[in-house]
Write a protein that binds this ligand. Structure first.
Ligand code: FAD
Length: 507
């Protein structure tokens, strides 16, 4: 029987990067995948946090190739000109049924450094090559028939009576997650967010500037064609994530996806019919798609939200997308995934040294993952409430943004320290010492207080039917009260709809 230190199920970006780190550090690693690269995967919008976390992973484990995935210029140089689109900011354009859309109903925080829209089939294939380069073994197109978590080893049953054995198993198979399913830990109970998703890749999608409003009318400091564009409306939101939005690019595609809040609308028709109905309701959004054609079938996920009651145990760990997911609204999936890999892998290496694989050693990884899912559930469910009114959204998005900025400052501090001292264990302790693992700011008590209070206001407003203007006022008061400790400075000036995201090194 083949014996490994670690078996990883799933060779997507999470499984591949985890395998790369563990193999580079000397463990015998096997990656199993039901499919074969290159293959489609979702989770395309990077953020300043996810970019920083990739740089931290690269630096912490001495794997330069991981850093190649951390920014658009590096991806283009090392992976290829079709592997990513350019992201200079987030943008949110608000629409209301029966009212002409206006470029005034737009907020667009720009980034202080460019991030990428990952063309996952190329990026994931590259991530897998990193794992193989550092010694991980791979079996693709393989069906897992059963997983046995024994006292002294884990056994994975494969077709034709084959069995592979390891000391530890990591489920990185996202929604598919065979171990999470076998353990019966997955549930939707207690989640506030109840949404579905439709997504695909398209050709000939018109830019915001060509379809809705040129820069002279939107007055945005960045082209929204070079942002992760969210069209928001009462019952949900639609993303436009171009890969074909920069001069060096050779990719023709644009990612398009839309989500519905089941409390407001429950789709019953085919994805194509639902898409056409949505465009009819919001004619401004339809302008993007006048000449667009699908490059692949729509994928429909009837409910995208789930969590797990347990993420780690004796000899196993579920990576975040296997353990839980809420909604892609703020692109927090990859943040949680990369941070989880940073937290988990040193513990796996220690467990291998001690040959001690008890759950107790991985509890901190579970806490991070559970917090991340619960935080995102609150953030997203409140956001769907805020979709109903532009002014309310204009105020609410600052609650998210200021926490995200503080998180970046914290991560950049860790990166500077790691680059300066090169002391991995010291970095592990510093990350572990962050006071709010999995939460938006990671380490700011002031922000987390603001976040909790803001969510409470939105919930109360919903329960008691407050007018949107009253909710916005209450949130704005909270923002002003916390302003001196938050970033970016001056974010509570609501008339500025184009906040520049704070530089990660505070001046
Ligand atoms: C609709 C949607 C949009 C999203 N958008 C964003 C975004 O913009 N930004 C962001 O940060 N995050 C986003 N996310 C989250 C993001 O998708 C994940 O964080 C990220 O893709 C996780 O990568 P992964 O490697 O864990 O999963 P995947 O890339 O899905 O890889 C899982 C792998 O497991 C394999 N597999 C599945 N089942 C089995 C099985 N039974 N046996 C063996 N192998 C198996 C699959 O073949 C696949 O290769 C989004 C998620 C969804 C659902």
């Amino acid at each position: 029987m083949n014996k490994y230190d670690v078996i990883i199920i799933g060779s997507g970006i999470s499984g591949a990067l985890t395998a790369a780190v563990l193999a580079k550090s000397g463990l015998k690693v096997l990656v199993l995948d039901a499919a074969q690269h290159p293959r489609f995967s979702i989770g395309e919008a990077m953020t300043p946090e996810s970019g920083l976390l990739l740089r931290l992973l690269s630096q912490r484990f001495g794997i330069p190739e991981i850093e190649y995935l951390s920014s658009p210029d590096k991806i283009i140089q090392h992976v290829g000109s079709s592997a990513c689109g350019l992201k200079l900011g987030f943008s949110f354009a608000w629409h209301q049924e029966g009212t002409p859309s206006s470029p005034e109903h737009l907020v667009a925080p720009s980034l202080d450094a460019p991030e990428a829209h990952l063309f996952r089939q190329d990026v994931d294939a590259f991530a897998l090559l990193i794992a193989l380069k550092y010694g991980a073994e791979l079996r693709q197109n393989i069906r897992i028939e059963g997983i046995e978590l024994g006292a002294s080893a884990v056994q994975v049953k494969l077709p034709a009576d084959q069995v592979v054995q390891a000391s530890f198993i990591i489920d990185a198979a996202a929604q598919g997650a065979p171990l999470a399913r076998q353990l019966g830990v997955r549930t939707t109970e207690g989640l506030e967010t109840d949404t579905c998703s439709f997504f695909t890749h398209m050709l000939n999608v018109k830019s915001y500037e060509d379809a809705l409003a040129p820069l002279s009318r939107s007055r945005s400091p960045i082209q929204l064609f070079q942002s992760t564009l969210h069209h928001i409306f009462e019952e949900g939101w639609l993303w436009v994530i171009p890969f074909n939005n920069h001069p060096q690019g050779t990719n023709l595609l644009c990612s398009v996806g839309f989500q519905f809040n089941h409390a407001k609308y429950r789709p019953t028709e085919s994805p194509e019919v639902e898409f056409r109905k949505l465009l009819k309701k919001y004619p401004a959004i339809a302008e993007h798609f006048k000449d667009a054609v699908n490059a692949r079938e729509w994928i429909y996920a009837p409910r995208i939200n789930y969590r797990s009651t347990q993420c780690v145990g004796d000899r196993f760990c579920l990576l975040p997308q296997a353990a839980g997911f809420i909604d892609p609204l703020f692109s927090r999936g990859l943040i949680t995934t990369f941070e989880s890999i940073l937290r988990l892998t040193p513990k796996v290496l220690q467990a291998a040294r001690d040959d001690d694989w008890q759950r107790a050693h991985f509890i901190e990884v579970e806490q991070h993952c559970l917090n991340a899912v619960s935080t995102n559930d609150q953030l997203v469910s409140c956001s769907y409430e805020a979709f109903k009114d532009f002014h309310l959204w204009n105020v609410w998005h600052r609650v998210w943004l200021s926490g995200s900025n503080l998180c970046c400052v914290f991560l950049k501090g860790l990166l500077d320290e790691l680059e300066q001292h090169g002391d991995g264990p010291r970095f592990d302790l510093a990350l572990q010492a962050a006071r709010f693992p999995g939460c938006v700011s990671l380490d700011s008590p002031t922000y987390e207080h603001l976040f909790a209070q803001s969510c409470q206001v939105v919930r109360q407003a919903k329960d008691q039917g407050w007018p949107a203007a009253d909710t916005a006022r209450a949130l704005h008061d909270l923002l002003k009260e916390h302003e001196p400790q938050l970033l970016p400075f001056g974010y509570s000036k609501i008339s500025n709809r184009f906040i520049v995201k704070a530089p990660v090194t505070p001046g």
